[in-house]
Design a protein around this ligand. Sequence first.
Ligand code: PLP
Length: 407
Amino acid sequence: MLKINEHYLKLQASYLFSDIAKRVAAFQQANPDKHIIRLGIGDVTKALPAACIAAFHRAVDELAVDSSFRGYGPEQGYAFLREAIAKHDFQARGAEISADEIFISDGAKCDTGNIQELFSADARVAIPDPVYPVYLDTNVMAGRTGAFADGRYQGLVYLDSTAENNYVPKLPNEPVDLIYLCFPNNPTGSTISTAELKTWVDYAKANKALILFDAAYESFIRDESLPHSIFEIEGAREVAIEFRSYSKSAGFTGTRCAYTVIPKECAAYDSAGNKQLIHPLWNRRHCTKFNGVSYPVQRAAEAVYSDEGKAQCKALINGYLENADLIAAAVKELGFEYIGAANAPYVWIRCGQDSWEFFDLLLNKAGVVCTPGAGFGRCGQGYIRLSAFNSRENVVRALERIKAALA
Ligand code: PLP
């Protein structure tokens, strides 16, 4: 008799965004003429930058001719892209990262979800609350938690991110081995200063722990004093892995391209207490389970670093940030407390009532879809997230409708 991995049975009924989709579908069915504006899921709405499209076309044409055709590429990614990343995303900011420490993949979701496979089943895991659900669910699937009770999985250390700590969690009071951090944060839009991030790096060094730093929203940072990478922090190379994605920085959510940075010194320990480097193990995993991102997609990603590509991506991000500013101004006018928008495409709003009730209110009265904060963890109860990923016209219309609905 084949037995199931029972850890999967602990997972909460459905993924947050499926719950939202079901409610929106039911509303649309009941109100077929109502136009719904989606400021919920963090999917981009604007076209790919022209430089990426041109590179994409050129690469497709190369595949049309035997002499320039390419089959399987290197699992870790083509050197042209890894070198461009090392130079532009890290060395240009004084972070010492080389091309062979970069692994190209088809998404930060897969990478942040898969990385935990490298660590022992009894690793003590610290996860922020509220959180991007992937970190949590993949650790549940791997059996690192007990049952779900009272809004939380037993056996995890939750890092509360609340108004009291300005949405930057404090160091844990109990020992942990694996720490997930995400800045600029999804869902709160909060950021971390260099000094605060240094305390986490120092903690990881002192406790032989490892930080998994998700920087998927790095390109939204406007405040020049903020770190873009954990590798801008002294000592991070031994104790951190960083995840980046072209999804939000260049509109690649459907195109799929991301990368993970694992410095050569970065290590965990075997049961005898010996240091084991992570880079060769991730390389082994990547080559066993992944066959690389397609050549045209990697050429399109490379174009992000051309002069035109940089300018076009900046314009794309600025457009979303201006939407975020409009949302923040409207929310302020309505008298709600909020965080985010300044360096992120999200606005995290204290709605003063149950998150799902407020979600239903916005959907039913304004035809606007938000994301209920409770779906991101217990600390998200009483909050909603509005996303800036939509057209200016839709954002302006949604804000007018929200103002009218709450008047
Ligand atoms: N990490 C965070 C914090 C995210 O919010 C998202 C997507 O919303 C991802 C990772 C996933 O990115 P990708 O599209 O590269 O899988």
